[in-house]
Design a protein around this ligand. Structure first.
Ligand code: UT7
Length: 367
């Protein structure tokens, strides 16, 4: 049975930075409160031409470059997101088209902030089963488009960004070692974006009542998060036959420094073993774990052969953890330039649209 290795990684963050002081100009809050209660100093906010798919494509191209993998070699694209560009088509299909990943299947996965763990596990399982060889797993969010900028309980927390991993099959042991996924829909109302779905489609009143924005019971989500972070980590370790002492790093969902500190206490580990970057990005939901991973790898924190656990929680309620042994890129030949495929992909997409248009005209004439 092949192993599923994480062989490429990349991240993208919008250039626009919003500091706590910037927020204090629009809602009744202040830098000291936000830093002390959350650990966040600033977050990135997508500009007018940045979208969930464009951030994802930027992160994916970097990941493909690291792995030295062509977009045309990808079998499966999973985009984990709570802020898809449309109800349908899936954002993963927009990414497939922009990358020129001509043979890939593509779908979105919604498990909120736990989504990247779910998606990585799904991609790894598909590789482990032997049905595919290469998967692109993405966590991408433009949460700023759904934040109520008048609600100080939520608007201080969220930011935009994307992270992507390339997963590849190899006979060499390592890579994704285990994963656990959990849910409890009885807590679904604690963190929700009520309108815009089939239950409450957009109407004048849903817009008027602000139902197209994130609503959260912060205290309850906090309580739930502190309960599940340590237990999910231990479960994933147990499933991999590992002990806390065997792992070098915990990469937690970046929601609140106090939640991460509670997890550290629960696991009896020092904070130095936790990868933390929420001070600069805030909570980017499903993108937070891959963004933290990419920064830690690029800084040389996470090294080949080290074992780690990624652990997250979020709306749903969902929570989960994934244990992995870090290996890095597999040996490969040649030098792949994924951005060239992106350019070709754009041309290909235009040609396909033109052909579809002409075929449509001819077909209508035949009727
Ligand atoms: O990905 C999952 C997403 N969600 C989360 O992870 C959220 C988890 N929850 C949290 O991180 C925390 O509950 C929050 C950061 C949202 C809130 O922190 P808290 O320590 O639970 O604050 P609180 O809601 O209990 O509020 C404490 C006080 C209140 O004032 P009083 O009633 O004690 O006078 C609030 O009105 O702080 C006030 N407050 C603020 N003050 C300044 C609440 N928000 C703010 C604010 N600025 N932004």
């Amino acid at each position: 049975m092949p192993y599923a290795h994480i062989t490429g990684w990349g991240m993208a963050a919008p250039e626009g930075v919003m500091t706590n002081d910037d927020l204090a100009k629009i809602v009744d809050t202040n830098d000291q409160w936000i830093r002390e209660r959350t650990g966040i100093s600033e977050r990135r906010i997508a500009g007018a031409t940045e979208f969930t798919s464009t951030l994802a494509v930027e992160a994916s191209i970097k990941a493909l470059k690291v792995a030295n993998v062509r977009p045309t070699d990808i079998d499966l694209i999973i985009c984990s997101t709570s802020t898809p560009e449309y109800m349908f088509p899936a954002t993963a299909c927009l990414i497939q088209d922009q990358l020129g990943a001509t043979k890939a299947g593509a779908f979105d996965l919604l498990a909120a902030c736990t989504g990247f763990i779910y998606a990585l596990n799904m991609g790894a399982q598909a590789i482990r089963s032997g049905s595919i060889k290469t998967a692109l797993i993405i966590g991408s969010e433009t949460l700023s488009r759904f934040v109520n900028w008048k609600d100080r309980n939520t608007c201080i927390l969220f930011g935009d960004g994307a992270g992507a991993f390339v997963l590849q099959a190899s006979e060499r042991p390592g890579g994704v070692l285990s994963a656990v996924m959990h849910s409890d829909g009885s807590g679904g109302d604690l963190l929700t974006l009520p309108a815009g779905g089939s239950r409450f489609p957009a109407t004048e009143s849903t817009v008027h009542e602000g139902l197209h924005c994130i609503k959260m019971d912060g205290k309850e989500v906090f309580r739930f998060a502190t309960r599940v972070m340590a237990s999910a980590t231990l479960e994933a370790l147990d499933a991999a036959g590992l002990k806390v002492e065997d792992i070098k790093w915990i990469v937690p969902h970046q929601a609140n420094i106090r939640i991460i500190e509670a997890a550290a206490r629960g696991l009896k580990l020092p904070m130095e073993r936790f990868v933390v970057n929420l001070d600069r990005y805030g909570n980017t939901s499903t993108a937070s774990i891959p963004i933290a991973m990419v920064e830690a790898i690029e800084k040389g924190q996470i090294k080949e052969g080290e074992k780690l656990v990624m652990v997250g929680f979020g709306a749903g309620l969902t929570w989960g953890a994934l244990a992995a042994e870090w290996t890095g890129p597999l040996p490969s030949k040649g030098h792949v330039r994924p951005e060239q495929y992106r350019r070709l992909g754009r041309v290909r997409s235009l040609v396909r649209r033109a052909i579809r248009f002409i075929e449509g005209l001819l077909y209508r004439r035949e009727l």
